[in-house]
Design a protein around this ligand. Sequence first.
Ligand code: CMP
Length: 176
Amino acid sequence: MEFDERFTDRLPFHDPDEAEQAHAGATASSGDARIGHLQRVPLFSGFNEDELRRVAELSRIVEAPMGTVITQIGEPGDSFFVIIDGMVAVRTPVGAGSQLRPGDFFGEMSLVDGEPRSATIVATTDLRLLIVDRFHFWRLLDETPDLTRRILTILSRRVRHLEQTVNAILHGPSPG
Ligand code: CMP
């Protein structure tokens, strides 16, 4: 699979106009169309119109073709991503992980602890992504505590899943 380096996290994802101009094949949506996309995302379910509008103000939506490398393990990262349409593969240091689907998010770890990206994330289909940069990420979490709770819940599930996987590798699968 050929990766599109233009879409790695190193690039100026932060200016929607710049991103739109710089990346042939990528388009950014705006205004009410964005709210429409956000309404379909389970992570934002139950959000009222004001909250959705705030999410839209603090983020942007881009499209990326299949094969795009969204995050590269070991590289610095400044963005948080929510999948609106499409799928990505997660490759961690312990191997290929799960696929993430619409409504799933990624990229929060580097924003939270400032460390390099923990995994490589590659688009396995054409993608539509919501992107929030570092500064806006904290603002969004401050302003929407529900989102913070949902993200923490999912992170806890990921840790449990990982621990179960490690346990199964070390001790064999648990009896059904
Ligand atoms: P970050 O380290 O910023 O960039 C890569 C992202 O991959 C990471 O944040 C998480 O969002 C995601 N990620 C890392 N490990 C896993 C995992 N085991 N399962 C699902 N997603 C993961």
